[in-house]
Write a protein that binds this ligand. Sequence first.
Ligand SMILES: Nc1ncnc2c1ncn2[C@@H]1O[C@H](COP(=O)(O)OP(=O)(O)OP(=O)(O)O)[C@@H](O)[C@H]1O
Ligand SMILES: [Mg+2]
Length: 249
Amino acid sequence: MSDDIHESEEAEEDSHQDESQNEIPQQELKEVDMHDFNFVAYNEDIAILGSKGSGKSYLANNLLQNLHGINVYVWDFNHQFHDSRSILFHDLDDMTKTIEEAGNHTIHCILQDYNKEEQQFRKFCKFAFNRGNCVLIIDEVHTYCTKQKIIKEYNDLILSGRPRGVSVISISSRPASLPNNVLSNASHVFSFKLNLESDCEFLESYMGSEVWQLMPVDKRKKMRDAQELEKHSFYYRNMDEDSGVIGKI
Ligand SMILES: Nc1ncnc2c1ncn2[C@@H]1O[C@H](COP(=O)(O)OP(=O)(O)OP(=O)(O)O)[C@@H](O)[C@H]1O
Ligand SMILES: [Mg+2]
């Protein structure tokens, strides 16, 4: 576990500032690794959110590489995953066949399916639900479902996956358009930088006012005195705890 904490002079100054102006004092950036998050695979869900290019897939890749001895299947919509210990597939049927043949051996699969249609995504979700005991990483989940458009097979994973040992790591650049139960069922939420006020307001209702630090200073409604966050840093909350941390891997 890394406890390499960078304390900047500004952070020092912030602690002396009038907090009535700043509402919530700015937190220090904590350099973290995946072991800091106590993710319980097969039992908990994660949401990874943030604007385009903010670092979501990079973090998810890091997670994938650290899930030793765990079955992980990645729906890699935009070919953003690379892991020397994962098997790469371009066809869902090939992947499911290999997983079935692996029996009780754990396996990491990255699926960059040539077929990205909704029907294929449904089939991927259904396979994982029936199979059980796996962690799914679903990149660009907003491509398939929104608040207005619920995909039954994905929804089943979110609402009923846990008893079957299925964890879902949902990744999206449009947090406000995600079905509400994605956030309400996530035990761990990472949010990288945001650009849209609507996304920030939506996340604030789950994660608290600290999320305003994720917006550019000139677009913030709160925490205007807090410094602009470093590139690729995120605000993380274990949803069972009262507060979160600003971190970077
Ligand atoms: N912590 C980091 N350290 C160094 N480079 C990073 C880090 N996080 C992200 N990057 C780099 O920044 C770029 C964008 O990151 P990434 O692809 O993870 O963004 P994203 O949020 O998934 O974007 P998109 O929504 O477009 O998929 C990549 O080239 C990635 O390698
Ligand atoms: Mg990405």
